[in-house]
Write a protein that binds this ligand. Structure first.
Ligand SMILES: *Cc1c(COP(=O)(O)O)cnc(C)c1O
Length: 245
């Protein structure tokens, strides 16, 4: 959209300030990941930072990329695809939203990992379409550990049967599980939910023989709690890119 010149100039000024802060924010997050890992005897290198870039423009993503960030998370197909097309091929894209089955074909070969796979039919359709396109899709099963009715995800008691059905699918890999803690102003309140996801994973891994080594848990407000409970992937948006307004 064309804008009047003075508004371009204004946004240009704002933009330069935001760009420099992305780099600063990223190094702060790295330092916090490092100390959270150290506090619980883990290595920061075991933890992948996914920079959640949803709602933010390609320029900010590029700034983070130039600061060394490689994995980015998007939650809407129609916003993500133009960014993927516009940005360097070296970016590893993660889909963190809820995928509609009618959009699978558009995205199945564009994302390294789908975090929010929350029902069996979706996973079955992803496998089918991945097979048609000759790719393998990596998915994390989203678990509703809190049991809140407003939350997406498999009920924990449904997971054993779901894994039994999904694990044999040839074009689907399930490297692990993902969850979101209930919203809270107190990050420590997230910990029991993250602990539950880890315990569930440990039990399922024993029962099924699948490693399920990845645990995607923790966002800007609670990624240190996620790390303390074994997160291997944290999804951090606003603490890197600023608020989404
Ligand atoms: C938006 C989003 C995030 C990032 O949230 P922040 O609080 O901005 O860090 C992480 N995970 C999911 C699934 C999201 O939708």
């Amino acid at each position: 959209m064309r804008q009047p010149l003075d508004s371009y100039e204004k946004s240009g000024i704002l933009f330069r300030e935001t760009m420099s802060s992305v780099q600063t924010n990223l190094s702060e997050i790295h330092a916090r990941i490092e100390s959270a890992a150290t506090r619980c005897g883990r290595k920061a290198s075991e933890i992948q930072l996914v920079a959640v870039s949803k709602t933010h423009p390609p320029e900010l993503i590029r700034e983070a990329f130039e600061a060394g960030q490689r994995a980015f998370g998007e939650s809407r197909v129609q916003d993500a695809l133009p960014k993927i097309d516009a940005l360097p091929a070296g970016i590893e894209w993660h889909f963190i939203g809820h995928l509609q089955t009618n959009k699978i074909r558009k995205v199945v070969d564009r994302f390294a990992l789908f975090h929010g796979v929350d029902n069996e039919n979706l996973a079955i359709q992803i496998n089918r379409i991945a097979g048609e396109l000759g790719v393998t899709a990596n998915v994390l099963l989203e678990v509703n550990v809190s049991g809140e009715v407003s939350k997406f995800g498999f009920a924990p008691e449904k997971l054993p049967a779901a894994l039994e059905n999904l694990a044999p699918l040839p074009f689907l890999r399930i490297p692990g599980l993902m969850t979101m803690a209930p919203y809270s102003d107190h990050p420590d309140e997230a910990r029991p939910y993250f602990a539950k996801l880890r315990e569930l994973r440990d039990r399922l891994a024993t029962e099924t023989g699948l490693p399920l080594s990845e645990l995607s848990m923790g966002m800007s407000g609670d990624f240190e709690q996620g790390i303390a409970e074994g997160a291997t992937i944290v999804r951090v948006g606003s603490a890197i890119f600023g608020s989404r307004g």
